[in-house]
Ligand binder design. Structure first.
Ligand SMILES: Cc1cc2nc3c(=O)[nH]c(=O)nc-3n(C[C@H](O)[C@H](O)[C@H](O)COP(=O)(O)OP(=O)(O)OC[C@H]3O[C@@H](n4cnc5c(N)ncnc54)[C@H](O)[C@@H]3O)c2cc1C
Length: 324
């Protein structure tokens, strides 16, 4: 049962989540006593594939075709279908990005298979992999296992697996040239859309300072903003803060906002509702400041401070500035 990690790139730049998928592929391969390979698609995928040559993988496939220059669901599913048919992995893993959500059902059904999306964790049961995915806004965890022969397909949620646990090694790079004709593509890519000029990518932030309703009013936001500046962090928020317009929507973390997995997430005056937790629980270290010792956020916090944020946050800022 070999495993294939399908990496995502755009314009020659990696999507960071791909490395979590790659680490998961290595990890599962070790647990299942098999091998992991990787694939990257594009019109000039080889240089990126060579970067992966330094990882502990059986092989890296550079899936190259001029029609893969821009993403299209038809081009990607057709190319990957041919790769999967030739290399016969038992399991193909993908990062759960918007792009993957777009084409993975098409790819899986073209082979008469299913795709399990949005996997948050896994376990091995009798030599078989069992995936866990959340239902009903994270209220229920469901175990999912594949039946029948592979290839099976799964996409992994951001932060579910750790990219810093990637094993180094060396892997040969092999070119794979799929057959794609211009007539196969029914989608014509236009210019990429960004919601606004100042859209922030919280997913790329290493430290996030996130503020909740405990901040009481918009005029108090600068108190936490100073902490974010002192730490070189991005400022984020729970939904009520964005709903009230105290911070822009693009800074909302949670089930209806962004999913983040920074090295450190500070939740300040945030209760820890499930809709918030699903967006940040993959963070490496969670620090919570809340005056209610029973707030659910403390259940997932690595460090918790029970107290008044209006007293604690300015003291923290002062201490950080002194330490600098
Ligand atoms: C369909 C749906 C989607 C949703 N999507 C999201 C989402 O994407 N993201 C999201 O965040 N929420 C989302 N929600 C809302 C979610 O259910 C919660 O209502 C929300 O997360 C609560 O935000 P909060 O923790 O800031 O506020 P509250 O729950 O009101 O918590 C405020 C916290 O601040 C603490 N506090 C008060 N004063 C102080 C002080 N002086 N010092 C320290 N602590 C203090 C309190 O003890 C409390 O724990 C969604 C809800 C639904 C139904």
């Amino acid at each position: 049962m070999s495993i294939l990690a399908v990496m995502e790139q755009r314009g020659g730049a990696w999507n960071r989540m791909s490395f979590e998928t790659l680490a998961a592929a290595q990890h599962f391969a070790q647990e299942l006593n098999t091998t992991a390979s990787a694939a990257v698609l594009g019109d000039a995928a080889e240089p990126l594939a060579k970067e992966l040559g330094s990882k502990q993988l059986e092989k890296v496939y550079a899936v190259e075709h001029p029609l893969l220059k821009d993403y299209t669901p038809e081009g990607y599913s057709l190319a990957l279908r041919q790769l999967v048919e030739q290399t016969k992995p038992a399991l193909a893993l993908f990062p759960h990005t918007y792009q993957v959500r777009d084409f993975i059902p098409k790819l899986a059904t073209s082979l008469g298979k299913v795709a399990v999306s949005d996997v948050v964790s896994h376990r091995i049961d009798n030599g078989e992999i069992v995936f866990v995915r959340q239902l009903f806004q994270g209220k229920v965890n469901a175990d999912v296992r594949f039946t029948g022969d592979g290839p099976h397909f799964a996409s992994l949620q951001a932060g579910a697996f750790r990219a810093d646990q990637l094993a180094e090694g060396s892997a040969p790079v092999e070119k794979f040239a799929p057959q794609i004709a211009a007539g196969d593509l029914r989608t014509k890519p236009l210019e990429l859309f960004r919601e606004s000029q100042r859209a922030v990518d919280l997913g790329a932030a290493e430290i996030i300072v996130s503020v909740g309703r405990g901040i009481k009013e918009a005029d108090n936001i600068p108190i936490v903003q100073k902490l974010a500046e002192a730490l070189g962090a991005e400022l984020a928020a729970s939904r009520p803060i964005c709903d009230a317009g105290w911070l822009p929507m693009e800074r909302q973390v949670g089930s209806s906002g962004q999913t983040v997995a920074p090295k450190m997430y500070m939740a300040i005056g945030i209760s820890g509702a499930i809709q918030h937790l699903v967006g940040m629980k993959g963070s490496r270290v969670v620090v919570a400041i809340n005056k209610d010792a029973n707030a659910p956020i403390f259940e997932i916090a690595d460090y918790g401070i029970v107290g008044d944020l209006f007293q604690i946050v300015p003291e923290l800022v002062e201490a950080i500035q002194k330490a600098k």
